[in-house]
Design a binder for this molecule. Structure first.
Ligand code: VNL
Length: 389
């Protein structure tokens, strides 16, 4: 009698233990955040991870009764690694969302995994137009290079810049920037006298900048990925291009807020077009910037951080709508979201799954001894021009 009672108690405890465990698993929602945390693009990983953690700290880690768990993986910026990590996260960790993707090749390598496993994939950084077409499970909260490039192509010819050399990183986003800048600039009566492409890995800008100098344009239009702008700016001044009266214009990646302050006075007056500046003057952004800097030892959030922060918002809101369900239902709940981001008004186009937002024209100015991208003009609600093909 005693023994039977004991056994029953043990069995019951085991059962409770097991169901307790499965309850915990059912109640977890895992987000696999794959980022370059080391290597040349580590600043992008650092910014996005910090922003995702800030979002969770501000909004709690329970959504629709589920405990949100962030699993951060370092892909070092290598596409094979990103793909393998995504596979492991889906199969072993059973993540409900894949997120991050610091560079275009990393997002493209992983797209088939999202499609096969029906896992929503939130692109928080990569910005080549075609990425969203690589899988119907991709949603983007970063931006696209065609969106960013047409703004400056409209501004430049109205401001004395008629003859331009383009200088871009030789891969997806650079080629998008080159094409969409050029098409719009020619349409506006400008002239592109030379188009130069620099290798993505270990770029040496010096010989390319010498070519720019020899061509004597009014300006060089540039796209380089986040993190590379300081090296380009340094070479630009060392080669004396500024003294030769050649202006530098580009998408805002080159005057990335993460490194802008380290560029020195050569960056002053540089005009770029982009969707986000740390200096964006709204209460929502000031609150975001203050909280981010406080939590990260005074690091400024850049456009990568805002892509990560808004990506988390899209995931949280979708989870609320599906009451915690994942897969295709979650994907559908991400489509069409509209909200106020630190960047300004933001919309996820349900048809293209891509971001629609304002593009701002900004000039680097010094205020209180620091350099900022100060916005002075706004192009409202810009859809990706790359989708209008
Ligand atoms: C990409 C586009 C990467 C813009 C970037 O920085 C950037 C990309 C790392 O699509 O690879 O600023």
């Amino acid at each position: 009698m005693q023994k039977r009672f004991f056994l029953r108690t043990v069995a019951l405890a085991a059962l409770c233990g097991a169901s307790g465990l499965s309850l915990a698993q059912d109640n977890a929602f895992k987000i696999g955040l794959i980022l370059p945390m080391t290597g040349p693009f580590a600043s992008t990983g650092k910014q996005i991870e910090a922003a995702a953690r800030l979002y969770m700290a501000q909004n709690g880690n329970t959504v629709a009764g589920k405990k949100v768990e962030l699993i951060v993986k370092d892909d070092t910026g290598t596409p094979d690694v990103t793909k393998r990590l995504a596979q492991e996260l889906v199969v072993n960790d059973k993540v409900g969302v894949l997120a991050g993707f610091g560079l275009t090749p990393l997002a493209l390598a992983t797209a088939p995994i999202a499609t096969q496993s029906k896992t929503p994939l939130v692109v928080m950084a990569a910005a080549t137009s075609s990425i969203t077409e690589a899988s119907p499970f991709i949603i983007r909260t970063s931006f696209t290079l065609p969106q960013a490039a047409v703004g400056i192509a409209d501004w430049a010819p109205k401001n004395g810049i008629k003859k331009v050399v383009t200088l871009v990183s030789d891969y997806g986003p650079g080629i998008d920037a080159e094409k969409f800048f050029k098409d719009r600039f020619l349409f506006n009566g400008g002239q592109v006298v030379e188009s130069l492409r620099v290798p993505l890995r270990n770029p040496d800008f010096a010989p390319f900048l010498q070519k720019v100098r020899d061509a004597k344009p009014d300006a060089v239009f540039t796209f380089v990925p986040s993190g590379a702008g300081a090296a380009l700016m340094k070479q630009f001044s060392e080669r004396g291009l500024d003294k030769a009266g050649i202006k530098l214009i580009g998408t805002g990646d080159v005057t990335d807020d993460d490194i802008l302050n380290s560029m020195g006075d050569v960056a002053m007056g540089v005009v770029t077009s982009h969707h986000y500046s740390t200096a964006h003057n709204t209460p929502t952004n000031r609150k975001f910037v203050d909280a981010f800097m406080k939590a990260n030892n005074n690091l400024r959030p850049n456009f990568m951080a805002v892509g990560g922060y808004d990506g988390m918002h899209v995931i949280y809101e979708a989870l609320k709508k599906t009451r915690g369900a994942g897969g295709e239902a979650l994907l559908n709940a991400m489509k069409g979201q509209i909200f106020e981001s630190p960047r300004g008004p933001m919309f996820i186009d349900a048809q293209t799954r891509d971001v629609v937002h304002n593009i701002y024209i900004r000039r680097v100015e010094k205020k209180d001894g620091q350099l900022w991208n100060v916005e002075f003009d706004t192009i409202k609600d810009v859809k990706d021009p790359g989708k209008a093909r």
